[in-house]
Design a binder for this molecule. Structure first.
Ligand code: AMP
Ligand code: MG
Length: 417
């Protein structure tokens, strides 16, 4: 059985990046840049004030002191959007507002709070002011010619702001990888139906669709295939038109687990089957022409965990992103933790901050059938292959599943015990 690391290497090696498409910048948050973006103008485009105050010549106030105020005539005003058009006259100041253009001739700004009005038409300055003070220089944020966004950057609201300040209204982003989702199982009925005896609702297709969207893909439902080779085959052939085909269930060694066989017969080149992890060890991965095919185990927790660990990095690499692995960091374990069997384990955990120290416990039962463990969890605890048993107070590695402040159940009775 291969390790998780080896499995990821095989998957990422098979990934081919999708093409770009041009969209409006206002809708680009969450998408991945498919072009480098170089600044064609200086940002800011002109020297401007970072404070409300007075623009003046530093040489005029060099001799100012508490007992020796310098009196400067007020020559006018420069507010944001309304520049003072002329050159600053000798021994004068211009009232300037944040964002206002620094008038020609002025080289410093004295904030309002450090100046005194001397009746209308003049201002008293009681201290020297260094040249350049409170002035935002033209180009100091982004000089013309600088590359500010690199192909593969995940675009966030600040990127949208920067793009807009550069005058961009459209941007090339990676097309969302079309991700077909096919559930398999004689027991499954669509969520809108009342399950008959021995039946359950198909939940994983929809949980997966949500995760696909979060990861930047575009989910497409292929429905439910019964546990018959021909039924699976028909839907697999449809799914192979997508960039990624996700199947759930039927990938283990049960008498009605046909997914591996059907995929092979459909021309999918199986690159691995079974990974040394828990949950999710029956994971299968193959490639058919341009389509990456994942056979995800059927237990909903295994489905979710294998998606996050193996499909999401593939999706992100397909989008052209560079950092595709979940960010991991350490927390103190609240309880004894053990993986066993030499496997890598992904436990559903709840992390919290206690006076700035991260502490983590499990959600309770780690059975892969306990769907609510994903609901309660705000992180995954990653125990390495062959690691020793951990005691309370030991450091463990965790990966956030969501903002820890949002919704993870803390304290009280464990809902999934
Ligand atoms: P399998 O991998 O097909 O043996 O399925 C393992 C377990 O996961 C069984 O209890 C299935 O009923 C359950 N399961 C499989 N697919 C789904 C699904 N799409 N939604 C919810 N549960 C599922
Ligand atoms: Mg099944």
């Amino acid at each position: 059985m291969i390790s998780a690391e080896e499995a990821l290497r095989i998957i990422l090696e098979a990934v081919r990046a999708v093409r770009g498409e041009t969209i409006g910048v206002a809708r680009a948050a969450g998408r991945t840049a498919a072009e480098d973006i170089t600044c064609r103008t200086d940002v800011p485009p002109f020297d401007n004030s970072s404070m409300d105050g007075f623009a003046l010549r530093s040489s005029d106030v060099a001799a100012a002191g508490p007992g020796r105020p310098v009196r400067l005539a007020l020559a006018g005003e420069s507010s944001a959007g309304n520049p003072f058009g002329a050159k600053l006259p000798a021994r004068a100041a211009v009232r300037v507002m944040t964002g206002g253009v620094i008038p020609r001739g002025a080289d410093t700004v004295v904030p309002l709070e450090q100046a005194e009005g001397a009746g209308t038409g003049a201002v008293l300055i009681r201290a020297p002011s260094r040249a350049g003070s409170y002035i935002r220089r033209r180009g100091e944020d982004i000089p013309r010619g600088r590359r500010v966004i690199v192909r593969g950057d995940l675009l966030t609201p600040p990127h949208i702001g920067v793009l807009s300040s550069l005058g961009r209204t459209r941007v090339s982003v990676a097309r969302r990888p079309r991700t077909a989702i096919l559930a398999t199982g004689d027991e499954l009925v669509p969520p809108g139906r009342i399950p008959g005896p021995g039946r359950i609702r198909n939940s994983s297709s929809y949980a997966l669709a949500g995760m696909v969207e979060e990861a930047g893909g575009e989910p497409r439902f292929i429905g439910i295939a019964r546990d018959r080779k021909e039924a699976i085959r028909r839907k697999v052939l449809r799914g192979l038109a997508a960039d990624i085909l996700l199947l759930t269930g039927g990938v283990s060694v049960g008498a009605r687990d046909f997914v591996g066989e059907v995929l092979r017969d459909a021309g999918v080149d199986i690159r691995f089957w079974k990974v040394n992890i828990r949950p999710g060890s029956p994971l299968l991965f193959g490639v058919a022409r341009r389509t990456l095919v994942f056979g995800l185990p059927g237990n909903p927790v295994s489905t979710a965990v294998t998606f996050l660990q193996f499909v999401k990095p593939a999706l992100r690499r397909m989008l052209g992103q560079r950092d595709v692995f979940p960010f991991r960091f350490a927390a103190l374990a609240d309880e004894s933790l053990e993986c066993g069997g030499g496997k890598r384990c992904y436990l559903r955990g709840i992390v919290r901050s206690e006076a700035g120290t991260l502490r983590v416990r499990t959600t309770g039962s780690q059975s892969s059938g306990v769907m609510t463990s994903m609901l309660a969890a705000n992180c995954l605890i990653v125990l390495p292959e062959g690691g020793k048993a951990l005691s309370p107070g030991d450091l463990v590695e965790i990966e956030l599943l969501r903002d820890p402040a949002s919704g993870a159940r803390s304290g009280g009775k464990r809902s999934d015990a």
